[in-house]
Structures are given as structure tokens and as C-alpha cells.
Design a protein around this ligand. Structure first.
Ligand code: B1M
Length: 207
């Protein structure tokens, strides 16, 4: 019931209320996955629908994103529980031209919680930055996020550059418009629908 209040508070752009409600639910022992999926992510899905329908516009989308992020920050220590010995090193970023970072941040957080050493290179990341970070950190995996159909091709550039330079780095791709067929077409090593899928794929590559 109260998770619905979190959903509503994100849609009302009430950042302080979102934080207070998330805290309340954590204290009440509500499953953090429920708070995340039904409260925070569910609200952003609704924001996306309303944006598509012309009900909400970019400023509102941004305010909802800020409220969601504040809730996510509150949830972070609880999501990252269970960290164990480092399983591998991951470079994660949102591809060139793309400024959406909420999903990427979430994936980074969950991967860290699953025991990976994660270096977040931010958003609007070009091929050179992905590759130089991977070389510097001796990473096994590059995880890429794209939320725009127009920025998806940037993922292929990274995959191609890894091949061209003969690097043994696995590539994971994800983000709302990305599909398994697209991942296969560009030669990525794995398509990840969400954060747990990214953990699963990464584990399979460093096992
Ligand atoms: Co934008 N936006 N946006 N936006 N935005 C979308 C993506 C859109 C679908 C909205 C819509 O039309 N319904 C649409 C894209 C259409 C398309 O190309 N298919 C869109 C548009 C058009 C735009 C602009 C072009 C709008 C404009 O200016 N006219 C503009 C582009 C700016 C740019 O990037 N250059 C823009 C801007 C923005 C804001 C800045 C206002 C803001 C982003 C704030 C921020 O991220 N800091 C924003 C937001 C908030 C959204 C929506 C509403 C929400 C995205 C989000 O955070 N979802 C979004 C609609 C939607 O997706 N529902 C929309 C919550 C997040 C947890 O989910 O990111 O999907 P998601 O991540 C998931 C999975 O996808 C996966 O795991 C996560 C957890 O399950 N995943 C990965 C993601 N990355 C992964 C990486 C991995 C693995 C899994 O690595 C291996």
C-alpha cells in the first residue's frame, strides 16, 4: 500500500516525500526489491508513458528523475548488501550522445553489491573513454547503457573497437530500447534486460 505512495510521490515530483517514504518502508521491513520495482522504477515507467502521450514534458521528466534518484540513494546501502570478494572489474557508462543515467547507476550499484569492482565512467561516453578506462583498470567487462534509439549504434562502435584492437573484454548491453536481437546483430557478448541480468551475465564471463 505504502509503496504506492512512493510511486505517487515520484509522479508529484516530491523529492523529500520520496526519501521519507522510502525510509519508512525500509524501517517497516518492506522488501527492497518491491520498493525499487513497484515504487521507484514503476513510477518512471508511468512518467515515460505520460511523456509519450504528451501529458508530461522534459522539465517534469527531469523533476521526476531527481525525485527517483533521491529515493534510490536512500535505498542504495540496502541494495548493495551481500558484497563479497571481487569477482571481476567492470567499466560501465551510458553511450555517446545519451544523458540518461538512472538505469546505468542502478546497474552499477547492483553489480557492486554482487561483488564486482565497478568503475562508472558516466554518461555521453565515447569509444576512446570506454577503452582507455578498461585498459587502465584492466577490466574484464564493459557494460553499456543506451536509452535512445538514436544512441544505440554507439554500442556497436565500442564492440568493433574492442575487436579491432584484439582486446579480450566482454561487452554487456542494456537499456529500454535495446533488444536481444540488436545485441546479437552488433556482436555484443550479452543483452541484459535489467540489473540482475547484468550480474548474471557478468558472472558467467568471470567464473
Ligand atoms: Co528521456 N527519453 N529523453 N529523459 N526518458 C526516454 C528514454 C523515452 C523512452 C521517453 C518516451 O518517449 N516515452 C524517450 C526515448 C525514445 C527513444 O529513443 N526510444 C526519451 C527522450 C525522447 C528524451 C529526449 C530526446 C527528450 C527531448 O529532449 N526531447 C532527451 C534526450 C537527452 C539525451 O540523452 N541526449 C531526454 C531527456 C531526459 C531527461 C534528462 C529529462 C531524463 C533523464 C535524467 C537522467 O537519467 N539523469 C529523462 C528520463 C527520466 C526518461 C524516462 C522517463 C525514464 C528513464 C529512466 O530513468 N527509467 C524514459 C522513459 C522510460 O524509459 N520509461 C525516457 C528508469 C530506469 C531505472 O530504467 O533506464 O530503462 P532504465 O534502466 C533499466 C533497464 O533498461 C536496464 O536496467 C535498468 C533497471 O532495470 N538497463 C541496463 C539500463 N541500462 C543498462 C545497462 C546495462 C544493463 C542493463 O549494462 C549492461
Amino acid at each position: 500500500m505504502s509503496v504506492e505512495k512512493i510511486f505517487d510521490a515520484v509522479l508529484d515530483f516530491e523529492e523529500d516525500d520520496v526519501v521519507a517514504l522510502v525510509k519508512k518502508e525500509i524501517t517497516a521491513g518492506t522488501d527492497v526489491a518491491k520498493i525499487l520495482n513497484e515504487g521507484l522504477i514503476g513510477a518512471m515507467d508511468e512518467v515515460g508513458k505520460q511523456f509519450s502521450a504528451g501529458i508530461l514534458f522534459v522539465p517534469e521528466m527531469l523533476m521526476a528523475a531527481q525525485a527517483m534518484k533521491a529515493g534510490l540513494d536512500e535505498l542504495k546501502p540496502h541494495l548493495a548488501k551481500g558484497a563479497s570478494a571481487t569477482r571481476g572489474t567492470v567499466i560501465i557508462g551510458t553511450v555517446k550522445g545519451d544523458l540518461h543515467d538512472i538505469g546505468k547507476n542502478l546497474v552499477a550499484m547492483i553489480m557492486e553489491g554482487a561483488g564486482f569492482e565497478v568503475f562508472d565512467v558516466g554518461m555521453d561516453v565515447d569509444v576512446e573513454k570506454f577503452l582507455s578506462a578498461a585498459k587502465e583498470k584492466n577490466a574484464n567487462i564493459i557494460a553499456m547503457s543506451a536509452l535512445l534509439t538514436t544512441t544505440m549504434p554507439a554500442m556497436e562502435e565500442v564492440v568493433k573497437a574492442i575487436r579491432a584492437q584484439g582486446l579480450s573484454i566482454k561487452t554487456l548491453v542494456g537499456g529500454a530500447p535495446v533488444t536481444p536481437a540488436f545485441a546479437q546483430k552488433i556482436g555484443a557478448d550479452a543483452y541484459c534486460e535489467d540489473a540482475p541480468a547484468a550480474v548474471e551475465a557478468a558472472r558467467s564471463f568471470v567464473a
